[in-house]
Design a protein around this ligand. Structure first.
Ligand SMILES: Cc1cc2nc3c(=O)[nH]c(=O)nc-3n(C[C@H](O)[C@H](O)[C@H](O)COP(=O)(O)O)c2cc1C
Length: 212
């Protein structure tokens, strides 16, 4: 196993994130702070900058009750977290192409001509996607935002646990999500840690890397 080396603040954040499953129930993260955490996370890259991630933040008692039957073996996170963030991938993200590129033009990041060309490029490219390619692409993008969300939370003094063990269809139904459009990706519990970090090992770089 490789030793963890803390070199700079970013590296510290990487080394100090670990899954926390039990939180201090008395610490409630307010919506403004949750919005800031999401805002920072959304600097994540995405294919063609289509940003297919959609969030449902479950931070009320009623909301928590709605999703309780979907939590499988992850009850402790459900019970103690300040919020659970459900991440969905929007299969219709390309519908927002004009809005996204229009904003780039308005902000002076692209000229009108560059923007128009880019819009054409996105439309041509995305219209050739098979359903599997589309799902893979938007799920991958959501993976980036989720990772950033977990680091962002840490930056604000909170901890998280990515949760894949939940009843996906039931959760979509409980949250009234259109299942033809939104793919369930992952839940993230967030709160103030009320347990020690548990170390988990990683492969060494040499075990899993080839050099060509
Ligand atoms: C896609 C995904 C799904 C996961 N699902 C669960 C889960 O359902 N319950 C849980 O307690 N942890 C879950 N985890 C957390 C992993 O168990 C954890 O990340 C891994 O053991 C490494 O530990 P660390 O996060 O502390 O570094 C999941 C992680 C990922 C990336």
């Amino acid at each position: 196993m490789e030793t963890k080396k803390v070199i700079n603040p970013a590296n510290k954040l990487l080394q100090e994130r670990s899954s926390i499953r039990k939180y201090n129930k008395n610490v409630k993260i307010n919506r403004e702070e949750l919005k800031n955490i999401l805002h920072d996370a959304m600097t994540a890259p995405s294919s063609l900058n289509l940003q297919p991630w959609r969030f449902v933040v479950i931070d009320s008692e009623e909301g928590k009750k709605l999703i309780e039957p979907c939590m499988m073996f992850n009850h402790i996170q459900w019970e103690t977290s300040s919020a659970i963030i459900a991440v969905f991938a929007d299969k219709q993200c390309a519908d927002y192409t004009e809005k996204i590129i229009g904003e780039d033009i308005r902000l002076g990041y692209k000229t009108a001509e560059e923007g128009q060309k880019y819009i054409e490029k996105i439309k041509t490219y995305t219209s050739s996607y098979s359903p599997v390619k589309l799902s893979n692409s938007i799920m991958l993008d959501c993976g980036f935002v989720i990772m950033q969300l977990m680091f962002s939370a840490k930056n604000y003094g909170y901890d998280t646990n990515p949760i894949g063990g939940y009843l996906h269809n039931e959760l979509s139904a409980a949250l009234n999500m259109d299942t033809d459009r939104y793919l369930p990706v992952l839940l993230i519990s967030i709160g103030k840690a009320d347990e020690k970090y548990k170390d988990t090992n990683r492969f060494s770089v040499d075990e899993i890397t080839q050099w060509v």
